[in-house]
Design a protein around this ligand. Structure first.
Ligand code: SF4
Ligand code: FES
Length: 155
């Protein structure tokens, strides 16, 4: 299992869980100065304001990227963080994405086939195409296998 990666900068600590990344490249597009897979240290949170790094991470669909604000002045929750919190209060929310994974959010318990807990929380992307090499998580293979969700296939 690939270990959790941690990147620190003034005002923010970023973690990346390679086990659950769906390779959407949303982070790379959002802040290319911070997220650049061509670098060995691919996350450089010091390359942008902590609030901007947090806002980019809030758009990560899988929850592979997470952050903790370490500057008391900038701890106001961003829009997505507030939505995560609201979803948690309301229980779990599962949303199907177009031609992609099931996006899980809120408060849930994930179990494997034997009923053993899989320790994950917060946003998560679960495979529904069957093509992932990392069950039960989406690993981005839905694009490779050409998965079409029912709604689009029917149209
Ligand atoms: S899932 Fe998150 S960490 Fe992985 S590429 Fe997409 S935005 Fe980046
Ligand atoms: S839905 Fe993404 S790999 Fe299956």
């Amino acid at each position: 299992m690939k270990p959790l990666q941690t990147y620190t900068a003034p005002g923010i600590t970023v973690t990346f869980d390679p086990q659950v990344c769906v390779h959407s490249a949303v982070c790379l597009a959002a802040l290319p100065a911070v997220f650049d897979v061509r670098r060995r240290r691919w996350v450089a949170p010091e390359a942008a304001a902590a609030a901007d790094v947090a806002a980019a991470i809030d758009r990560c669909p899988s929850g592979a990227l997470k952050y903790v604000m370490t500057d008391a002045v900038t701890t106001a929750p961003t829009v997505d963080a507030a939505r995560d919190s609201a979803a948690s209060e309301a229980g779990a929310r599962i949303q199907a994405s177009l031609n992609g994974p099931l996006l899980l959010q809120g408060d849930y318990e994930l179990l494997d086939e034997a009923g053993a807990p899989i320790p994950r929380s917060g946003r998560l992307a679960l495979c529904r195409c069957g093509g992932t090499g990392n069950q039960p998580f989406c690993d981005g293979s839905h694009a490779r296998v050409g998965f079409k969700s029912r709604r689009e296939a029917a149209g």
